[in-house]
Design a protein around this ligand. Structure first.
Ligand code: WTA
Length: 653
């Protein structure tokens, strides 16, 4: 990266800026322009102030334990219960307040109050306890966006057990790997999920996964569609039955601040997904304080994060952050285009949503679907917009503000990661002047910098590596079962600094422009997928000798998965085989990982040491002039692939 990099030039700022709307600025939760310097002057004190907004069973002895970097610990000696912070402490004053306006895809609706949620969480916690889940236990969750999903998470938290939520779009294989790595003893799943009018066979997938996960003794099944499912007596239990049988009295366990709350698996640069470990006190401090500040949360707000709880965005900004703050949220089960392409706007209008948070890929899809859909709904209640998951291009940013935000609502472009636990770089609604396409700057208490290969800060305007050079409470603690990989992945490139894996540029005004991943991780519709994971899935197919996968720029999904495959000798490639390869990837990882295009090629471009040159394949996929080929061993193959890619792209979806 450096000057003249096309990715950097493409993001050059054209000058449009937006100052905070007067009404937002006037009543903002954070309104003191000195907040950043105040937090920087006493970073630890700042985080202690945020942590004090939670209820602690016993106070911490030490805010930051940095004796053994990079194994940082926060609020050590303190104890709290995360579920009690999300539920019990709201009961006296706002037990009747709606926690979730839940809406099912087929149109069924349910308002769940804090008191309702508390009762159901207590019962389900007792049910889990009866299945042997105790403090320190491990529960896997594989569900769609039904109320029982946050109930299961909070029930674990209440017991002091850890959960891992596996996104419902993942395959049986992926679920089994995660359950085994996590050491789950109980799985919570559901019969089927609704998605775009179709039934997703969650229990059937879970059953296949359980065949390979002998450590999981029980599967608790939420009945959602009522569709037929196979049943194994002794192992399988209905959620509603165990819930009904359980007592409602369930004291919240006071847990150590550093007790694992959950692990969430995310793609890295090798085939094996990483279990990112988050703990209790620091994580909740980060999720709750950023949710309140970034979205300028007020008591009368109706908040909607249109993400899936299976990803970190849903953990922090559908479940833990909003509930810790006692917010009223909307939770929607299904697809954005079902039954019609204005479903989201219809929901936003009905509940008078005032804060809306979603991914750029969704925003670009809505742009494509047309301005008239949101225009047909009264969205005047919206006052704050948020974006997350990938860089938002200025055109989508402007469209979002104009067509969803009524030309008024400021857009919070929030940069963060599974690893960071909560938002790191973002504007604040009442204070920041916005530049479309820029995420503004680090939040108060966060120190992020852009460095070059030598680890030194690069001058304004130059691209480099984004690093975070001070620990923060909601940071990951390790990779489950692999401390060395934690050190190697995040802390060894630049000693003392957390390597985010993203490129970034800071402009002369101090605003941060995120430039995408610098490693072999793709960002497809805001989902992180590693090229190597998909390559391994392809190579696992009996017809495949070798495979290379790259992300190519896509106007809607951000990146699209482009695969280049060499077949084994004697195998002939045809459309049927290509379809089979795509299905094979879906079976191995999940439908989200299906390549958008597969090019069959007699060879792959490699360096003399045998490394596949993905950069060249990316150039080919994006029909760019080929980059530097001087280290290439088999030069002729690249132009051959370029010809194949244009005549034979096998586009789908
Ligand atoms: C990307 C999602 C630019 C980035 C919360 C990061 C972004 C990865 C933004 C993490 C943003 C997320 N601007 N890029 N506002 N937000 N990213 O773990 O590449 O699913 O490293 O967490 O998404 O993805 P993850």
């Amino acid at each position: 990266m450096g000057e003249g990099d096309p990715a950097i030039d493409a993001l050059q700022h054209d000058g449009a800026t937006y100052s905070p709307p007067a009404d937002v600025a006037a009543g903002a939760v954070v309104s003191d322009p000195a907040v950043w310097t105040r937090a920087a002057d006493d970073r630890i004190g700042w985080w202690e102030e945020q942590a004090r907004r939670l209820d602690w069973a016993s106070p911490w002895a030490r805010a930051l334990d940095d004796d053994d970097p990079p194994f940082f610990r926060w609020f050590t000696g303190g104890t709290l219960n995360v579920a009690a912070n999300c539920l019990d402490r709201h009961l006296a004053e706002r037990g009747d307040r709606v926690a979730f306006h839940w809406e099912g895809e087929p149109g069924d609706r349910m308002d769940i109050t804090y008191a309702d949620l508390h009762g159901r969480v207590c019962r389900f916690a007792n049910a889990l306890r009866a299945l042997g889940v105790e403090r320190g236990g491990r529960v896997a969750i594989y569900m769609g966006m039904v109320p029982e999903l946050p109930i299961a998470m909070l029930a674990c938290a209440r017991l002091g057990a850890a959960h891992t939520v596996v996104f419902g779009g993942f395959s049986a294989e992926a679920l089994a790997d995660r359950m085994n790595d996590f050491g789950a003893t109980v799985l919570v799943t559901q019969d089927e999920g609704w998605r775009a009018g179709k039934r997703i066979p969650l229990k059937a997938n879970a059953d296949a996964a359980l065949e390979r996960a002998p450590g999981v003794a029980h599967s608790v099944v939420c009945r959602r569609t009522g569709g037929d499912v196979a049943w194994r007596d002794g192992r399988d239990l209905w959620f509603h039955e165990v819930e009904a049988l359980a007592a409602e009295e369930c004291p919240a366990e006071a847990m150590d601040a550093e007790q694992m709350l959950f692990a969430l698996y995310t793609s890295g640069t090798t085939g094996k997904p990483k279990g990112i470990v988050h703990t209790s006190g620091g994580y909740l401090t980060g999720a709750a304080s950023t949710h309140r500040m970034v979205f300028d949360l007020h008591d009368d707000d109706i908040y909607w994060c249109a993400a899936d709880i299976g990803w970190i965005t849903g953990h922090s900004y559908i479940v833990y952050g909003p509930l810790a703050n006692g917010a009223t949220s909307v939770m929607y089960e299904g697809g954005p285009g079902f039954p019609a392409q204005d479903r989201l706007w219809e929901i936003a209008e009905r509940y008078r949503v005032s804060i809306l948070y979603m991914a750029p890929t969704a925003i670009r899809t809505f742009m494509k679907w047309g301005d008239s859909l949101p225009a047909a709904h009264d969205l005047s209640s919206i006052r704050i917009l948020g974006s997350v998951g990938e860089p938002i291009n200025p055109e989508a940013w402007e469209w979002y503000r104009d067509h969803i935000g009524g030309g008024r609502a400021p857009v919070m472009d929030t940069w963060w990661q599974t690893e960071t636990g909560s938002i790191m770089i973002s504007p604040l609604p009442g204070l920041s002047t916005l530049k479309p396409g820029s995420a503004s700057g680090p939040l108060p208490g966060i120190s992020a910098r852009v460095v070059g290969e030598d680890g030194r800060e690069v001058p304004a305007g130059r691209g480099g590596y984004l690093v975070i050079d001070h620990p923060w409470p909601s940071m990951l603690r390790t990779i489950l079962g692999d401390d060395q990989r934690y050190v190697d992945t995040y802390w060894s490139r630049f000693p003392g600094m957390y390597l985010a894996g993203d490129g970034c540029r800071v402009d002369s005004g101090g605003d941060y422009w995120l430039l995408g991943r610098i490693d072999d991780v793709m960002n497809v519709s805001g989902h992180r997928l590693s090229t190597i994971e998909i390559e391994s899935a392809l190579v696992d197919h009996p017809a495949v000798a070798e495979a290379a996968v790259v992300g190519r720029a896509d106007p809607v999904t951000g990146e699209a998965i482009a695969a280049f495959v060499t077949l084994r000798d004697g195998v002939t490639g045809d459309e049927a085989l290509i379809a089979d390869l795509r299905d094979h990837v879906a079976r191995q990882i999940g439908a989200i990982a299906k390549p958008a295009s597969i090019v069959l090629t007699p060879d792959l471009p490699k360096t003399r040491s045998g490394k596949i040159m993905r950069r060249l394949l990316r150039d080919v996929s994006e029909h760019r002039q080929l980059g530097d080929v001087t280290t290439l061993a088999n030069e002729e193959v690249v132009s051959a692939i370029a010809d194949l890619a244009t005549t034979n792209p096998h586009q789908e979806d």
